[in-house]
Design a protein around this ligand. Structure first.
Ligand code: SAH
Ligand code: SF4
Ligand code: F3S
Length: 435
């Protein structure tokens, strides 16, 4: 029998991108993945609920995709991922959805798709599902860099966050299956893996903690780079920093979301650390790895955040001098502790102004950080042709900064030495140096 054609559109975090590869694998007996929605028999939208805006985007896109039914009466459209888990049956009310499947129920997709019913739904969360025996189909890959999901769920319950409700309890994947997957990727020519979880520092399975897991993956081959995301500041251990500093193929880059620079706000957010604790973790990173880049996330206008408290975020940014940051306006999410117990009182225009202030400061800090690299020679993993021109390649250095350089005779997947000659706040530019 001919296979159907599956088009997957993915929103949200890296975990979702990794999950889409698992979904492609689960459905691979019945469907081939294609890259055009217009030719698909089945469209799956892998969705994110983190902010209201993320959900609105999907709903708009859904009505666009729904129009494709006019020319294809067999078309099925499914919502999977975090919105499926959060909104559940209600999604059928849009009139555009045939299928709703949450993040722990992807194994049921083939069965649900064969059912005749018009309302196929499975949003059961699991305490054990890690998809550890599934070989993800990397259908949208550069062949160099891949994600490996090492844990699922989150137990942290930050007051503003919907993830513990959409992704369920924290659980770690068997370490040997992670090592096998990384090894198999290396043998296929991949040169970088990113180990993923909402809070990788609490990885623990069969007596293996995150630091030990990182060490084992790093030992696969010195030519395989290792990255990870995301770390929660409350449990970023010195043991991990020591492993990172002792393995040259573990990238010197840490994403450590701060959320706010003010202790009252951090407490209200249930982040379980203080500004002082956060700064102590930064000092520890710098002690073990002075060259390590540090990026972060901030939320502005959380509930009743005052102007002084917002200033504390700005001063934390100055003190740490982050290399990069993702910054957001607080978006109240139904069902979270914040939504249940606190009013969302900061007016939209104040949130927006505070956001602009932190973005402006971060651009300055990122520019400064990049300027410090001009004149340095660094190792870059070549990832492919740059958007700038066919004659240029781009890649990233250990610090996760994008570097553009004239390609010369270099090929994808090669490590090259680049001397940095100029920069913007987003990119470094340089020339190849003969080793
Ligand atoms: N597990 C990761 C973050 C996942 S969500 C961690 O804790 O580090 C990514 C980012 O989205 C968060 O760090 C936070 O800055 C932001 N975010 C989460 N919920 C939000 C909300 N309700 N409104 C605005 N931003 C939010
Ligand atoms: Fe959300 Fe906090 Fe868990 Fe991150 S650690 S996913 S912000 S609850
Ligand atoms: Fe979004 Fe779900 Fe990731 S809410 S950020 S896709 S875990």
């Amino acid at each position: 029998m001919n296979k159907g054609k599956l088009y997957i559109e993915t929103y949200g975090c890296q975990m979702n991108f990794s999950d889409s590869e698992i979904v492609a694998s689960v459905l691979s007996d019945d469907y081939d993945v294609i890259d055009k929605a217009t030719e698909a028999d089945l469209i799956l939208i892998n969705t994110c609920s983190i902010r209201e805006h993320a959900e609105q985007r999907v709903l708009n896109r859904l009505s666009e995709l729904n129009a494709l039914r006019k020319n294809n009466s067999r078309l099925q459209i499914g919502i999977i991922g975090c919105m499926a888990e959060r909104i559940k049956e209600e999604l059928f009310k849009t009139g555009s959805v045939d299928l709703v499947v949450g993040p722990d129920a992807y194994r049921s997709l083939p069965t649900l798709l064969k059912k005749e019913s018009r309302v196929n739904i499975n949003v059961l969360l699991s305490e054990t599902e890690t998809y550890d025996d599934i070989h993800p189909i990397r259908y949208d890959t550069n062949g160099i860099s891949a994600f490996i999901s090492i844990m699922r769920g989150c137990n942290n319950y930050c007051s503003y966050c919907v993830v513990p409700y959409t992704r369920g309890r924290e659980r770690s994947r068997n370490p040997q299956t992670i090592i096998n997957e990384a090894l198999s990727l290396f043998e296929k020519g991949y040169r970088e893996v990113t180990l993923l979880g909402q809070n990788v520092n609490s990885y623990c399975c069969d007596g293996v903690n995150f630091a030990r897991l990182m060490k084992s993956v790093a030992e696969i081959n010195p030519l395989l780079r290792i990255r990870f995301a995301t770390s929660h500041p409350k449990d970023l251990s010195d043991e991990l920093l020591e492993v990172m500093s002792s393995c040259s193929n573990i990238c010197k880059s840490i994403h450590l979301p701060a959320q706010s620079g003010n202790d009252r706000v951090l407490k209200a957010m249930n982040r379980k650390y203080t500004r002082r604790w956060y700064l102590d973790r930064i000092a520890s990173i710098r002690k073990y790895m002075p060259e390590c880049s540090i990026s972060t996330d901030f939320i502005t206008g959380y509930c009743d955040e005052t102007e002084e408290e917002h200033q504390d975020t700005l001063t934390l940014m100055q003190t740490v001098s982050f290399d990069y940051a993702y910054m957001f306006k607080y978006s109240e999410r139904e069902g979270t502790r914040s939504a249940n117990t606190k009013a969302d009182t900061v007016p939209e225009e104040v949130k927006a102004r505070r956001l602009t202030e932190i973005i402006t400061l971060q651009q300055e800090l990122s520019g400064k950080s990049n300027l410090k690299d001009v004149g340095k020679t660094m190792e870059v993993l070549a990832e492919g042709t740059s958007k700038r021109s066919e004659e240029h390649f781009f890649g990233r250095n250990s610090q996760n900064k994008v570097v553009v350089f004239p390609r010369g005779s270099c090929s994808k997947g090669e490590y090259v030495s680049v001397r940095i000659t100029s920069c913007t706040s987003a990119t470094l530019t340089g020339n190849l140096i003969d080793n």
